[in-house]
Design a protein around this ligand. Structure first.
Ligand SMILES: C[S@@+](CC[C@H](N)C(=O)[O-])C[C@H]1O[C@@H](n2cnc3c(N)ncnc32)[C@H](O)[C@@H]1O
Length: 222
């Protein structure tokens, strides 16, 4: 999802460093700079992150509903994350922080920070085989998520894209991880569900929403 460039987005990001950190894009993992969590975050709370949050509707809604959890929303485009920043400016939340960064080296960027849950919502499907490595459920990402997640932490993904769903399921099962929940029509399930921007759009078009929740096997953790 690439928005038209918003004039002044970079400056607004710089001006609100208590809400958002801009992590420089690098070509090599060893050049990655680190996340600095805001002092207002209570370190006793669990930490949940969304990678590729877009304009932030999902994570902002969740953070409002669950003050007992700390949240980080990650998005790589200035003009997109700017919309999430606007939500924070309009309604600041103690337990939400935004990161403008590319997730390619997420584990190096998070350094020794561990998280309890990773959300991947309507990730770009990258249907061409030559772009497979960009899919956020490619094994290069799963290996990083394993290091990033606390023991027993979960990976939760939602998509409208059947190919990304079946690709992700295959990668998750082969890793190996355990799938602990799966639905091919999430909106028919009786469970709490916070909708993302893309989810609302696809649901209006009558598309089914797929969901997988998975955990790394404990014995992988050594
Ligand atoms: C299709 S949009 C979905 C946005 C939102 N999660 C939703 O469901 O409404 C996917 C978003 O993920 C972001 N994204 C994709 N790959 C990323 C990466 N490697 N690092 C950070 N953000 C990424 C894109 O810029 C885009 O805004």
């Amino acid at each position: 999802m690439r928005l038209r460039k918003i004039k002044g987005a970079k400056e607004e990001i710089k001006a609100h460093q208590d809400y958002i950190q801009d992590i420089k894009d690098v070509r090599r993992e060893s050049d990655a700079t680190h996340v600095v969590l805001p002092k207002r975050f209570d370190s006793k709370k669990p930490l949940h992150i969304e990678i590729g949050m877009g304009k932030g509707q999902f994570i902002h809604t969740l953070a409002k509903k669950h003050p007992e959890i700390n949240y980080i929303g990650i998005e790589r485009f200035d003009s997109v994350i700017y919309r999430a920043l606007e939500k924070m400016i309009a309604e600041p939340l103690e337990n939400l922080f935004l990161l403008r960064m590319d997730a390619t080296y997420i584990n190096a960027i998070f350094d020794d920070i561990k998280v309890d849950r990773i959300y991947l919502n309507f990730s770009d499907p990258w249907p061409k085989v030559r772009h497979e490595k960009r899919r956020l459920t490619h094994p290069n990402f799963l290996v990083q998520y394993e290091a990033l997640l606390q023991k027993g932490g979960t990976l939760e993904l939602k998509t409208d894209n059947e190919l990304l769903f079946s690709y992700s399921k295959e990668q998750i099962e082969n890793y190996p991880m355990n799938v602990i929940f799966e639905s091919k029509d999430l909106h028919q399930e009786e469970m709490e569900n916070v909708m993302t921007e893309f989810e609302e759009k696809f649901a209006k078009e009558g598309k089914h929403i797929y969901k997988i929740t998975a955990k790394f096997k404990e014995d992988n953790h050594g």
